[in-house]
Design a protein around this ligand. Structure first.
Ligand code: THU
Length: 133
């Protein structure tokens, strides 16, 4: 699946829509993420906080869980947006989690439909942990 301009816009839009269901009563910080699979399917997810703070799920892991548990682990790209106006990079734990399915995943950080940056996961996590030598 090629990351065309049309798909980039579609994915960014889906990430903003995903913020609607962010559950973030403790931080007030909403994160929306959308995954595009190689087969062209889009999944949406948001952060889910928990009174026991460390159990909080980041949006990136929520959406990855949704895609993989539906049988789609062929993830090609992820778009991430927040309710704050800046590029929010995925945390370290999420980088490792995403690398499980595609160490060269395209990561789109969006402030708006027209204001975004694209990274390759390899740039953000050059040496992912792996059990393979
Ligand atoms: N959060 C994410 O959803 N993704 C990240 O990569 C980092 C942080 C969420 C977790 C928490 O609900 C809120 O942002 C503030 O940390």
């Amino acid at each position: 699946m090629i990351l065309t301009l049309k798909n980039i816009k579609k994915l960014i839009k889906a990430s903003f829509e995903s913020q609607e269901y962010a559950y973030s009563p403790y931080s007030g910080f909403k994160v929306g993420a959308a995954i595009l699979t190689r087969s062209g399917k889009i999944f949406k997810g948001a952060n889910i906080e928990c009174a026991s703070f460390s159990l909080t799920l980041c949006a990136e892991r929520t959406v990855t869980g949704k895609a993989v548990s539906e049988g789609y682990n062929d993830i090609a790209a992820i778009a991430i947006s927040t309710n704050k106006n800046y590029y929010a990079f995925p945390c370290g734990a999420c980088r490792q989690f995403l690398s499980e399915f595609n160490p060269e995943l395209k990561i789109i950080l969006a402030k708006s439909l027209t204001d975004y940056k694209i990274f390759n996961l390899k740039e953000l996590l050059p040496n992912n942990f792996t059990l393979k030598p």
